[in-house]
Design a protein around this ligand. Structure first.
Ligand SMILES: [Zn+2]
Ligand SMILES: [Zn+2]
Length: 294
């Protein structure tokens, strides 16, 4: 009882500051992403657990995903974002490109291959995102990547995990490979955001009581052998030239015949991931799919 009163006082006296807009708010949820949740946290994870359970069994996966992913995002971010910012999350909706996952401007019609993927066929089989890189998600990713708010890696990793089980048959992936950073950039930033998004999938699955086959995450097999300038602001040809031969494979035997899920934080141009896919396939990978945050 005393603990509850003390917790209530603490909440009233020390409201949470929203990571996106900076306003103070009273978080009514506990952070369900704690590594060692208490019974209350476990209770509160039911919504995410229920979502994962339903999404793998329903035949109307797309509809169920769109109807429920906002609630999942709200739960995951309740401890970090104010209700106003949380409501700004935008999931990817159909019609979208069935290859690269980009949403079409027109909201009419079915999924089909976009002009860009037809003009320059992609080496990866399919790319899917956890949300649109705009508004709330853009601000959250910014906090995570550039302001070092690595406490977001667990809720963001859970969101990407929810997207993963929604879009891929998890049994069809043998190996997860985060897009590597150049060693200089890794030293500057201190962490690889793509790796942080997937490194806890096994414990997230365990926490959510989801049976997940043992899919290893390998951060050494693909390396960035030369420094590249940021792709933003470059034209299509320049982007391709900038990234060409930037990656190599460390150990062919680790990827031989493997079905690889390549993980990146943001899908900006597609050139980077296409180059990674090319190198992985050349090194003997069976096929490459891609999950990215936005
Ligand atoms: Zn806010
Ligand atoms: Zn496309």
């Amino acid at each position: 009882m005393l603990i509850h009163i003390a917790k209530a006082f603490k909440k009233a006296l020390f409201p949470t500051r929203c990571l996106v807009c900076g306003s103070f708010f009273h978080s009514i949820e506990h952070n369900i992403c704690d590594v060692k949740p208490g019974p209350t946290d476990a209770d509160r994870s039911n919504l995410v657990q229920e979502f994962i359970k339903k999404i793998v069994s329903t035949s109307a996966r797309d509809i169920y995903y769109l109807d429920n992913i906002h609630n999942v995002f709200n739960k995951l971010m309740a401890h970090f974002l104010c209700p106003n910012c949380t409501s700004g999350f935008l999931p990817v909706e159909s019609p979208k490109c069935s290859r690269c996952g980009m949403m079409f401007k027109s909201r009419e019609g079915k999924d089909h291959i976009c002009g860009e993927c037809l003009d320059s066929p992609k080496r990866f089989q399919m790319a899917r995102s956890a949300g649109i890189y705009k508004d709330t998600l853009m601000a959250v990713i910014h906090c995570f990547k550039y302001k070092g708010k690595i406490q977001l890696s667990r809720p963001l990793g859970t969101l990407l995990f929810a997207a993963f089980v929604s879009f891929w048959d998890k049994m069809n992936i043998d190996l997860i490979v985060p897009v590597p950073l150049h060693s200089k950039k890794l030293r500057m930033r201190g962490f690889n955001p793509s790796f942080l998004l997937v490194k806890d999938w096994v414990s997230i699955a365990k926490f959510l009581n989801v049976r997940l086959p043992d899919i290893p995450v390998n951060i050494d097999v693909l390396t960035r052998r030369r420094w590249t300038e940021p792709q933003t602001g470059l034209g299509r040809k320049e982007r391709l030239a900038n990234i060409k031969n930037a990656f190599n494979i460390n150990n062919d035997s680790k990827i031989a015949g493997k079905r690889i899920l390549l993980v990146d934080d943001v899908y900006t141009t597609g050139a980077t991931v296409n180059e990674c896919s090319k190198v992985l396939l050349k090194g003997g990978a069976g096929r490459v799919a891609r999950a990215n945050f936005c």
